[in-house]
Design a protein around this ligand. Structure first.
Ligand code: F2R
Ligand code: MG
Ligand code: MG
Ligand code: MG
Length: 355
């Protein structure tokens, strides 16, 4: 049964929160190295049995910033307003600074609480002018993707602007665009006729354009971007997207997937891994007993280790946009902090774009 569009918007934002909340404990301590799938399956089974406390799993910076984007889009009738968003990021950081923000983005968020002539300037100053390539732009972008197919080009520019507030490095904002496209494509795909190769090809088409010399992305890129720091025209995204089909074909081991696609705090070494998790988990995975493809996706994404909250959150956003909110259990919704706000925001975005 194809989920309704409203359910898919809810699934996207609740999926993102769930991945963040359930992945966060492992971002600090790492996943169990032996029988990772088995250990995480046991952990998932404890939710609602041993673990019953409301909001037991706290959300982190990923969700805090995603909520700011959703709220800003809602207040601005679906349009991205950079000044308003910067203000919301600054207020949110001041209100709750201990959500596990990236080490360097903090100075940008603090600057948003001052009067700025150009809200993009603090991000440009990061890393001696090369900008951040952290995955902080991608981890929060899902609400931008929840728009009609006809708004595709406008969506790409909104994703870029939303990222540039904190991530002016080419890889930082290109990863945001890729994640946004993956959520958008999942949202508008028919599960009954889904074609994995066509999904990969469409993402490649978008990223070939973004990563091509002379693209709008290249124009935004700072002249002093250093390619060794993941800077201009890196081709990092197309290179990894081209690995998807062979990895799926050979049903690569999870450790190989993490090694080839990455599992780190940088956007180019985490966004591809999240998208791959969604694609791989549409069908059963040996060692993961869950028959729920959305849960399987989040479990698989956490199993990649490394930046577990963010990879699981991005994978959860894509899977939720595809499967809808129904596969997300009542236990998850109760025990993951902030799923109620995610539902409210998804409904408000639905009303703006689709009612
Ligand atoms: N902060 C965390 N996790 C805690 C620490 C994780 C890690 N083990 C560690 O040791 O740092 N998680 C949250 O941060 C990520 C999103 O970060 P965001 O918003 O992109 O922040 P920032 O500060 O801009 O970038 C993060 C780090 O990436 C490296 N980096 C980025 N650009 C760089 C550049 N041009 N040159 C060199 N390094 C660059 C720096 O280490 C940054 O601090 C998410 O995982 C979220 O959950
Ligand atoms: Mg986080
Ligand atoms: Mg940053
Ligand atoms: Mg993280």
């Amino acid at each position: 049964l194809t989920p309704t569009l409203r359910s898919r918007l809810q699934g996207c934002l609740v999926g993102a929160v769930s991945g963040d909340c359930l992945g966060a404990p492992y971002e600090i301590c790492g996943v169990p190295p032996k029988d990772t799938f088995g250990s995480l399956t046991t952990f998932f089974e404890q939710i609602g049995t041993e673990i019953k406390e409301k909001d037991y799993f706290r959300y982190t910076d990923d969700t805090a910033m995603c909520r700011c984007i959703a709220e800003s889009l809602i207040e601005n009738k679906g349009n991205l307003n950079s000044e308003d968003l910067a203000k919301k990021f600054g207020i949110e950081y001041t209100h709750a600074p201990n959500r596990g923000y990236g080490a360097n983005v903090i100075s940008v968020l603090k600057a948003f609480n001052k009067d700025l002539d150009d809200v993009f300037e603090p991000a440009r100053m990061q890393f001696k002018g090369s900008g951040s390539y952290g995955n902080g732009g991608a981890m929060r972008v899902a609400p931008v993707a929840l728009c009609p197919e006809a708004d595709f080009d406008k969506m790409i520019e909104a994703a870029r602007q939303s990222a540039l507030l904190t991530h002016s490095n080419f890889n930082g904002y290109c990863g945001t665009i890729l994640q946004c496209c993956a959520v958008h494509l999942a949202l508008h795909s028919d599960p009954a006729t889904f074609d994995t190769d066509a999904f990969i090809d469409r993402l490649l088409e978008v990223m070939e354009k973004e990563e091509a010399p002379g693209s709008p992305a290249a124009k935004v890129s700072r002249p002093n971007n250093d390619s060794t720091a993941g800077g201009t025209q890196s081709g990092e995204y197309c290179r990894r997207l081209r690995l998807f089909k062979p990895l799926l074909e050979e049903d690569a081991d999870i450790k190989k997937v993490a090694a080839e696609l990455g599992n780190e705090i940088s956007a180019h070494k985490s966004v591809p891994a999240a998208i791959y998790s969604f694609l791989r988990c549409r069908t059963p995975v040996e060692g993961i007993s869950s028959s729920n493809a959305l849960e399987r996706t989040i479990l698989y994404a956490i199993s990649l280790d490394g930046d577990t909250d963010t990879i699981a959150s991005m994978a959860g956003a894509i899977a939720g946009a595809f499967y809808g909110v129904e596969p997300i259990s009542a236990d998850w919704r109760t025990m993951c902090e902030g799923t109620d706000v995610a539902i409210r925001q998804a409904d408000a975005i639905y009303d703006i774009h689709f009612l």
